[in-house]
Design a binder for this molecule. Structure first.
Ligand SMILES: Nc1nc2c(ncn2[C@@H]2O[C@H](COP(=O)(O)OP(=O)(O)OP(=O)(O)O)[C@@H](O)[C@H]2O)c(=O)[nH]1
Ligand SMILES: [Mg+2]
Length: 295
């Protein structure tokens, strides 16, 4: 038997969370087409006949502009320690840049096997793949190079076999039914935030957060009651999230409720509020409150 930890490292938007969800077969991490979607580490366990892998999804590494971003990047970098394999997930559909070079320098200090995952190959023409692989081959002694599509699943099974190969021998660390260490409150807040990300634009995706104020377990009618606050940074942002005559907040609420009901397999009553909390991205207490890890 093999067992151990594999962490995903990469730039924002590379597809790390999509890959985690694909591998564990459940939506543990929210996904969006905007960068910096994941803000904390998300763990997912997958059991195989011959082993158990604990996958660690992390926030995309970027230049921090606020305390929030410092915490996000610290979380990603910390996840390279105390794991057995690190997978550098790269978006093959965009040309490598300074962010990629920064990640490669970080890998220099890493003693564990590093696997290069070239994601989104469904978006690129085959001939562009080889030169890209060659470029990465010259840049770091990766243990493996695996082109995949996390979106359509291409080659993901091959990648999973390679992860197992590079893990140490060992008995499973968690019982077979164990999936994640994330709490239900986390999923509730993230599912709401995913809709905010999907339905808003410009600065809003970056400057909003969701706090669960109250989470009432299902009552005798099987109804979960959830009271959440959407934080924004400026007075001018509140009317955007609320929308004309409340149209936007209604849309966010309806879409989130449907997702929540699917997630909890229960009926959900969702109450959303929008609150201005200026500079919350630089407010350590606010960051604690929304559950961002402190180093
Ligand atoms: N076409 C295509 N799109 C993908 C693939 N994998 C992910 N995406 C899309 O890329 C976007 C970013 O995906 P995420 O999984 O949120 O990326 P991430 O690396 O977790 O991003 P951060 O959390 O911001 O670091 C989403 O719109 C995904 O649907 C893929 O293999 N092919
Ligand atoms: Mg992510």
């Amino acid at each position: 038997m093999k067992s151990g930890f594999v962490s995903f490292l990469g730039r924002p938007n590379a597809g790390k969370s999509t890959l985690l969800n694909r591998i564990v077969g459940q939506k543990l991490a929210i996904v969006s087409d905007k960068p910096q979607t994941t803000r904390t580490r998300v763990v997912g366990v997958r059991n195989y006949e011959d082993g158990q892998v604990i996958f660690v999804d992390t926030p995309g590494v970027h230049k921090p502009t606020h305390r929030m971003n410092v915490r996000m990047v610290d979380t990603a970098l910390d996840a390279m320690r105390d794991v057995d394999v690190v997978a550098l997930v790269v978006d093959a559909s965009v040309p490598p840049g300074t962010g990629d070079r920064f990640l490669l320098t970080l890998l220099k200090d890493v003693k564990i096997p590093a696997i290069l995952v070239l994601n989104k190959v469904d978006l690129i023409a085959k001939p562009t793949l080889l030169p890209l692989l060659e470029q990465y081959r010259l840049s770091h002694p990766f243990a493996e190079f695996v082109p995949i599509s996390a979106a359509d699943g291409t080659n993901v099974d091959v990648l999973e076999r390679l992860f197992l190969q590079h893990l140490p021998e060992g008995e499973p660390l968690y019982p077979p039914e164990y999936l994640t260490d994330q709490q239900e409150r986390f999923f509730a807040a993230e599912i709401v935030r995913e809709q905010v990300l999907q339905l808003t634009h410009d600065e809003l995706p970056f400057s909003t957060a969701v706090v669960v104020d109250r989470f009432e377990e299902a009552d005798e009618h099987g109804l979960i009651k959830l009271y959440c606050t959407i934080l924004v940074e400026r007075d001018s942002q509140k009317p955007i999230v609320v929308g004309r005559a409340g149209a936007m907040i209604k849309q966010i609420g309806t879409a989130a409720r449907m997702e929540l009901e699917q997630h909890f397999d229960q009926r959900v009553y969702l109450d959303l509020h929008v609150k201005v909390k200026s500079e919350w991205r630089d407010d350590e207490r606010a960051l604690d409150e929304i559950g961002l890890r402190r180093r």
